[in-house]
Each structure stands twice: as C-alpha cells, then as structure tokens.
Design a protein around this ligand. Structure first.
Ligand code: NAD
Length: 253
C-alpha cells in the first residue's frame, strides 16, 4: 500500500529552476517516483535532462525567465500540448541579493520579489485555473525558507519574499483546498547550493551556522526529494497549507 501512496507514474510535474541545486534534487526525486518533468529554466538544463531521461520518464524543457510573468501562459500551454495536463507544480526558482539594509537598492528589492513571490503566485494561479477547469486534483509545492520564520541578516528582499511565500501558501490553501488542490511548502534549512555559496565561503558565518544544525551538516539537494514526493503524491491528500521544514533540526533549536 505504501508504494502506491507515493507512486507518481503517469503524472506530470512542472519544476521551475531545476538545472541545478534543490530544484534538480526534487526533479530527480519526482522522476524516480515515475513522474514526467517539465523543466522551466533560463537555460537548457542538460544535466537534469540526462538524469531524468535515464529514469525512463518524459522530459520537456521550457526556457523562460521568471523575472517576469510574461512566459507563464506559454509554460502551461506547452505542458498541455506535450503531456495533456500538469498534476504538480513545484515553485522552486528563486534568487537572493545580499547587502546591509541601509544600503539596499530598489533594484535588488524588485529582482528578488519578482521571481520569488510574484511569478510564484501567478504561475500557481494559471496552474490552479487549469486544474479547476478540467476538474482534476492538483498539487502545488512552494519552496519557502528558514527566513519564512526568521528575520535573517542583510537579505531584506529575500526575507520579505520567503515570508510572503509562507503567507501565500496558506492563502492559496484556504481558497483552493475545497477545489481539490493541495498547496503546501517545503522550508529548506541551510543547503549546500549556489544560493549559499557566499555564506559557505565566509568562515565565521559558515561555522556559526554549522554549529546550530543538530544534524551536524549542511543539507544536500537530494535531501528534499522525499518531502517533494510526499507533497506531490496522494499520501498528502489531506495536508493543506503546511510548511514542511527539511532543515536538519535548525528550527528545533
Ligand atoms: P540555486 O541558485 O542553485 O537555484 C536557484 C534556481 O532558480 C536556479 O535554477 C536558477 O536558475 C533559478 N532562477 C533564478 N532566477 C530565475 C529566473 N529569473 N527565471 C528562472 N529561473 C530562475 O539555489 P537553490 O538553493 O537550489 O535554490 C532553490 C530554491 O530553494 C530557491 O527558491 C531558494 O530561495 C530556496 N532555498 C534555498 C536554500 C539553501 O540553503 N540553498 C534554503 C532555503 C530556500
């Protein structure tokens, strides 16, 4: 029974920002569970494509810059043309800018908010409209952060966006749960990806962070795969508006 609960054979997931890092880890986890992958990236995700295709599932690459909402309709249309319907949306694409709040620019504010929050909302809206039109269940997984719960330092637009992701996850769940769409979030802890390269290269901050992680290590991209498969599968059908921390115990401290 448990294998069936987590089975994604014949399903299709749109995963944004999966050429690298956490998005790649989740795309591979979903593909391993049998899911076709629609990969939305600024550039062709060759490495992800090779690994997904080796698992014997379908793969479609869509090149799009989510710094604007312009490509959103096309993402849904092309998914429909290739796979008929998207069952799962993983809003993973995200960006970060670091500077003291006293110096922080409007450009760094807008660039982060546009990708992390605005496109996440309008892509979710476009996905949900199609699920509702076709009377099909849908699963939306938003990638939140520890800074959905905490303030952080020197990343004002990132904190605002990820706190917003948690709020929007709850709002969308409230509105769409009755329509058969699960909206949940994964809140990764400190993971070894491009996003945290500057932090890991700062010996003082890097040591401070590592000391606070009960699991005693930074997370890896593969660490999100299990949570993504759970929230994409029928195993989570009664889970709505939840943020699942995958953080090595960080929030428990
Ligand atoms: P990453 O930099 O490797 O991945 C970010 C992905 O988003 C890349 O694929 C990138 O190309 C894509 N992206 C950025 N701007 C885009 C745009 N304008 N259009 C399309 N795609 C765009 O870093 P990551 O750590 O794998 O980040 C993935 C997600 O996880 C992000 O939302 C990030 O905020 C979140 N996150 C990361 C950590 C961490 O510790 N690494 C912790 C919490 C949350």
């Amino acid at each position: 029974m448990s294998a069936t609960l987590f089975d994604l054979k014949g399903k299709t997931a749109i995963v944004t920002g999966c050429n690298t890092g956490l998005g790649q880890g989740m795309a591979l986890g979903l593909a391993e569970a049998g899911c076709n992958i629609v990969a939305v990236n600024r550039r062709a995700p060759e490495d992800t494509q090779r690994h997904v295709e080796a698992l014997g599932v379908g793969f479609l690459s869509i090149e799009a810059d989510l710094g604007s909402t312009a490509p959103i309709e096309d993402i849904l249309v092309r998914t429909q043309e290739t796979f008929g319907h998207a069952d799962i949306l993983v809003n993973n694409a995200g960006t970060i800018r670091r500077a003291d709040s006293l110096e922080f620019t409007e450009k760094d504010w807008d660039e982060v908010m546009d990708v992390n929050l605005k496109s996440l909302f309008f892509l979710s809206q476009a996905f949900a409209r199609r699920c509702i039109d076709k009377q099909r269940r849908g699963k939306i997984i938003n990638i939140a952060s520890m800074l959905s719960f905490q303030g952080g330092i020197r990343v004002p637009s990132y904190t605002a966006s990820k706190s917003g992701v948690l709020g929007l996850t709850r709002l969308m769940a409230n509105e769409w749960a009755p329509k058969g769409i699960n909206v949940n979030a994964i809140a990764p802890g400190y993971m070894a990806t491009n996003n945290t390269e500057a932090l890991r290269n700062d010996p003082e901050r890097s040591e401070e962070i590592l000391k606070r992680i009960p699991a005693g290590r930074w997370g890896e991209s593969e660490d999100l795969a299990g949570a993504a498969v759970f929230l994409a599968s029928s195993a989570s059908d009664y889970v709505h508006g939840h943020a699942l921390a995958v953080d090595g115990g960080w929030l428990a401290r």
